[in-house]
Design a protein around this ligand. Structure first.
Ligand SMILES: [Zn+2]
Length: 320
């Protein structure tokens, strides 16, 4: 059986966290503000926008890190031990979260407590496995695809979940959070309109990705991801799978291979060379690429790069 302890916490990490948590707390620099801990930079962005000057937000993951292979640090539990609100992607995206929540010994943010926000609540999930799925072979999307923040309609649900959490832990500021929430929801609607126009050339296009990070994005903007370098999420490419993928790409005249900066380049470059498809590297989180500081920037950056690659690419056909 899969063991979170085995995957997530080495004995020395447990010891380091225990020692740090035993040290006297120096108190938080902004004692009057709510202290919010989010796992990803995207959740931090939304929490900052809604919380405004009533919150200090810190995030645990780096935007150019592979989120599925994050090793929890002692500092994670320390931050969590001080938090008033903890916001996570959920769906086991943060495999280490439950164990670190235990170590943080902070009843305010325990799973199910007022200060615990699972941002995935209410998201219409896709790619939910139907048969028996385990992590034994390394699969990592066992509750459905957790990369849901790249669809603006899902971003609205995330925003509502975070706003509800902030109101629960600080009811006195509810009106302030509500005003910020409304403003942000309107902005996301504008972003959706803008990006649908920007992404119009992608409609009906077929692309190939390294990992299933982009499925919600593809559904919203009308393109299809017809294959991945990973045979299954979390399982590294094999020579046989790559050779089949190349044939599939030639048969479908795929123009783009989309990958995150944290995946290797050897296979993507080989495929690009064999098929004539263009390799597009883009970070799926705010702060991952230069100049990407907002949710608008994030979608504009990803879709802009895709449009540029699709409109300026000639691919090899089958038999070439
Ligand atoms: Zn994933």
């Amino acid at each position: 059986m899969f063991s979170k302890v085995k995957m997530c916490a080495k004995p020395q990490l447990v010891l380091q966290i225990a020692i740090i948590l035993l040290l006297p707390s120096v108190g938080h620099a902004n004692a009057k503000k709510l202290f919010v801990v989010t796992t990803t930079p995207d959740l931090r962005y939304f929490a900052e926008r809604i919380g405004g000057d009533k919150v200090t937000v810190t995030c645990l993951m780096h935007p150019r890190q592979n989120p599925h292979t994050v090793q929890p640090l002692p500092s994670f539990a320390v931050q969590m031990s001080h938090a008033d609100l903890f916001v996570c992607v959920g769906l086991d995206f943060e495999l280490w979260a439950d164990q670190l929540l235990d170590m943080a010994r902070n009843p305010k943010i325990r799973r199910g407590a007022q200060g615990y926000v699972d941002a995935s609540i209410g998201i219409p999930l896709i790619e939910v496995p139907t048969g028996r799925v385990t992590r034994e072979q390394g699969e990592i999307h066992i509750f459905g695809n957790p990369h849901y923040w790249l669809d603006p309609l899902n971003a609205k649900i995330i925003v509502n979940n975070i706003a509800a959490g902030l109101k629960r832990v600080s009811p006195g500021n509810s009106d302030y959070f509500e005003a910020n929430r409304k403003k942000l929801i309107e902005e996301i609607e504008e972003i959706l309109d803008e990006t649908l126009k920007l992404a119009a050339p992608l409609k009906g296009e077929k692309i190939v990705a390294y990992h299933l990070t982009w499925s919600y994005l593809a559904n919203r903007y009308g393109f299809k991801i017809i294959g991945q370098l990973e045979p299954k999420p979390g399982i590294p490419p094999s020579a046989r799978h790559i050779s089949e993928l190349i044939e599939l790409m030639k048969a479908n005249e795929v123009k783009v291979i989309l990958k995150e900066p944290f995946y290797e380049n050897r296979f993507p470059r080989l495929i690009a060379q064999q098929t004539g498809a263009k390799l597009v590297e883009v970070a799926p989180s705010i702060g991952g690429d230069k100049g990407v500081n907002t949710y608008r920037d994030l979608l504009t950056n990803i879709l802009g790069k895709l449009v540029e690659a699709i409109t300026g690419c000639t691919t090899k056909r089958k038999g070439e």
